[in-house]
Design a protein around this ligand. Structure first.
Ligand code: MG
Length: 280
């Protein structure tokens, strides 16, 4: 794979992301895929999807897990509903995430990713210990499938995330860095965070956002790439500095407005292409 191929976050029938056709129309060579609904995750569908990807010359670089009942309505709701942290849904979601790992294997994809949820800040708490244990369990399943697991950033500070990864202590746990999430959740200045997480970053999102008036208490605002507070040129230069060579995967979460979404992703492709030419 060339250095920094452009990518886009896609979905089939569940979750966020644009349709595969949009990636094709925009000439984007790589995608991340939000895992489809359970009924769609069959060997037959995987085969058909692989064939489609090969026909379009598009490479799948990561399969993202997501679960029914997750809501990003506001920060307290994220704490209560997202990922493997909430105890009441943990067992069922862990089982589902393992199925998603198996489905990704059918797609010949060696990276799966997810929002783990809000990892408790008190590292001596029982909840923290339980989240470490469930993450190890999932990682061992992924390892048997020849896969790495990438944690999406946002809910933790860079220091918190690095500490968690060190505490889990498995060699297939890495980070999907999303600079906008650091701003939206108010968990830290994204460029500084990127430097701290460093070579643990193995996939990224190109997404932009603006700080909230009260970061960490209310949401920031997601905006088109280049219009927010990330600073795209600085972001790419920092990726260069930490030695990141993987895809630049554009994520724009306005699936309710598909036309605008496609137009803005097209603009993001142009912006990233320009910056790549300038930096590489
Ligand atoms: Mg993201």
């Amino acid at each position: 794979m060339e250095k920094w191929p452009i990518g886009v976050f896609t979905s089939i029938d569940a979750g966020l992301g644009v349709k595969l056709e949009v990636a094709h129309e925009l000439g984007v060579p790589t995608i991340q895929l939000h895992a489809p609904a359970p009924s769609t995750r069959t060997a037959e569908n995987a085969g058909a999807f692989l064939e489609k990807l090969q026909g379009l010359g598009i490479e799948l670089t990561c399969v993202f897990g997501g679960f029914d009942g997750e809501s990003y309505a506001d920060i307290p709701t994220v704490i209560d509903t997202v990922g493997l942290v909430p105890p009441e849904t943990r067992a069922a979601r862990t089982a589902e995430m393992k199925e998603i790992s198996d489905f990704a294997k059918m797609l010949h994809c060696d990276v799966v990713a997810l929002h783990l949820g809000f990892v408790p800040h008190d590292t001596s708490s029982q909840l923290y210990e339980d989240v470490v244990a469930v993450t190890r369990d999932l990682l061992d399943h992924c390892k048997a499938n020849g896969q790495n697991l990438h944690l999406e950033t946002g809910q933790e500070t860079a220091e918190g995330l690095v500490q968690f990864i060190d505490d889990v202590a498995r060699d297939n746990l890495f980070v999907n860095f999303d600079p906008a999430n650091m701003i939206l959740y108010g968990t830290g200045e994204p460029i500084e965070a990127l430097k701290k997480i460093g070579n643990r970053v193995r996939s990224i999102h190109c997404k932009d956002g603006k700080w909230a008036d009260n970061p960490g208490k209310e949401w920031g605002q997601e905006v088109p790439l280049g219009d927010g507070d990330v600073g795209m040129e600085n972001y790419l230069r920092t990726l260069q500095e930490i030695g990141y060579e993987g895809p630049l995967t554009i994520e724009r979460e306005i699936p309710q407005e598909p036309e605008r979404q496609k137009q803005e992703i097209g603009h993001a492709v142009s912006l990233l292409t320009e910056l790549k030419a300038k930096i590489l």
